[in-house]
Every structure is written in structure tokens, then in C-alpha cells.
Design a protein around this ligand. Sequence first.
Ligand SMILES: *Cc1c(COP(=O)(O)O)cnc(C)c1O
Length: 384
Amino acid sequence: MKKIQMVDLQGQYAKIKDVVDPSIEEVLNSAAFINGPKVHQFQENLETYLNVKHVIPCANGTDALQICMMGLGLEPGDEVITADFTFAATVEVIALLNLTPVLVDVDPVTFNIDIDAVKKAITPKTKAIVPVHLFGLAADMDPLMALAKEHNLFVIEDNAQGIGASYTHADGSKTKTGVIGHVASTSFFPSKNLGCYGDGGAIFTNDDELAHTIRGIVNHGMYKRYHHDVVGVNSRLDSIQAAVLDAKLEHLDNYNDARRNAARKYNAIFRDHPKITIPSGKEECKGICDTCDCHVFHQYTLVLKDVDRDALAAHLNANGIPCGVYYPIPLHLQKAYQDERYVESDFEVTNHLVDSVISLPMHTELDDEQISFITQTVLDFIDA
Ligand SMILES: *Cc1c(COP(=O)(O)O)cnc(C)c1O
């Protein structure tokens, strides 16, 4: 059996090497390392893939989030509501810009931001909501957009884990995640569903004016060379990373299908186990997201009941199976983001999830032998 990895980037690279290598070499030979033709080519191809008017590449997913907030003109003291159960980058940039992060609980079934909790957290100072399509599952955008419209708020989608997923609207139509809110950020960190071979990120929007503002912000606030109209940042996707991403974009749907296939196989084994809850989605997916494209399984995450999670993780590791706990500490309890306004009883779901979730290996190269070994090793421990 091939060595099991959390993410198998070498295996994936071996299959596309004959396309990626010449594409990188083209950049090396042209020496157009910054803002070269590969960056524009990738930008246009991603715009077409997402069906969005503007993709603005930048240096990483954290920058992308920060630039979204700068572009919207959010100011110190403005409150931004986001999920307590996510990667810290989301809340980090809010705090960094001297905006006020307002963390709210997540839904116990989808792990995505809880709409009722958002509703409760809205104040006259609230300016934006940041839903995260966590683990690759589209957050419930229709009610969120309706709520945002009612209160005149911006919606910034953190799509770092959800690229390629689709959200199914109430009327049955579908939109790709990242194209539903006013603006969205994504990350091309190597382990993400569309990952480069270094750091990278992008911003998406259908708003022409906002796109223009953001294009200046990523480039030192310049709209005309050496005229700095606003305070900006230096955040660029380099041409070598764009070459990698453009070669991989063609495979993104297949990659996400491979992840869904692996999830389906895991689900088939774990579905009826009394101590395991498999990843679930909205009702339309019959509660289990192995049937449609609302989930692209950035992570495959189980919720355990009456199982010593950390002992299971140790058992898996001892058998050569890596696993992860995303995320072990709620953001509202992180030293940097504590706030006396938070009340523990408002974070019941997140407080429970941090102690009971475990993520199994999930990537494009998992084979049946590996999946059988992983599922059997999990069950050996849980049923012992
Ligand atoms: C990875 C990630 C980010 C940050 O992306 P980087 O490219 O690492 O800066 C932000 N938000 C979420 C939810 C992520 O998973």
C-alpha cells in the first residue's frame, strides 16, 4: 500500500508534471516573474470558470481577506461578524484593521455560520458578515444575503476551502461559492483544493467599482503609476505560481470529484455507526453531501460521540495514518481574540465540536486500499 498522507501533493504532481514543468519553464525563459502573461491568463481562465466579472490575484488568502475589507472601506470600530469555528486568518485580519470582530456560533450539522446567531449579533455598528465555506461545504447563502440586505451589510465570502463548490438556491439554481456575496477571498495554499507550489490568493467580485478600488489597493494604492491615492499593500501572485495554477485549474473539477468519491466511500462505511456523524449538508442533499456539488471536501471531518478523540488520533498515527483536528480551540477562547462581551453559552456548538471532531486523510490521490485501511483502523479502535 502507498504511504498514507493527509494530502498527497507529490502523487498529484507526478500526474501533471508534463504540463506544469513546461509552463514554469516558460516563465523562467521569459523572466516575466511579476505580472507576467501567465498571471493574466490564469485570472481570465478563473473568471470564466467561476462565471465572475473580476478575479484579482494576490499573495495569499489572508491578504485577500484583508484587501476585501479595505476595499469595502470598513473603518476602525466597524463590527464584522464571523464564525467562531474556522481558521484564525478570518478573525485576524478583522482585528488587524482595527475593526471589531464579533464571533458567533456555527450550525451543528454543517459547521457553517449560524444564521440565527448572526441575526442576534447585528448592532447599529455592524458593517459586514464573513461566512466561511468551511471544509468545502457551501454556507447557507440565501438567508444570509437576505439578512445582509435587510440590514444593509456587506457579505465577504471566505472561500479558501470551498473553491469549485456550488450553492443551490431556494429556486434550485446553482451559483459557485465565492460569487454570491459582494466580494470573496480565496487561498491557493498548496493543500487547498486549488493549490499552487508556494503562496497565492485571489479576490472575486462582480462589482466593477469595487474591483477597480481593489486593483489599486493590491498595488500600493496606485491607480496611476507613482500616484498613491489610497493606502494600499503590496500583494501579488507571482507568475510561476500562476503558471502552476493555470495548469491545475483544468483539473479542478476532476480533483473535487476525486475528493467527493473518497468521501462517498468513507460515508458508506461510517454512515450508520452510532458513535460517528458523517459530514452533512442541507436538506436538499438529503442531509448527506455525497450526492451533489455543494461540498468539495477540503476536509473530511467526522463528529465522534463517546469516543476518546485524542486516543483515536494516537491509534491512527501509530498505524501510519495521519489525521487532523480542525480546529482544536474556538477562536473566542484564543488569547488574541478574547473579549469580555462573549458569553460561553453562546458558543455551545463550537465548544462541543473542538472536542469531538477529527479529520481523516482527504486528497485527490486516495485509493480504495488506503480508504479500506483507514476506515478499518478507525472502526477497530471505536468498536474495541
Ligand atoms: C487557508 C485559509 C485562509 C488563509 O489562506 P492563506 O493563503 O494561508 O493566507 C483563510 N481562511 C481560511 C478559512 C483558510 O482555510
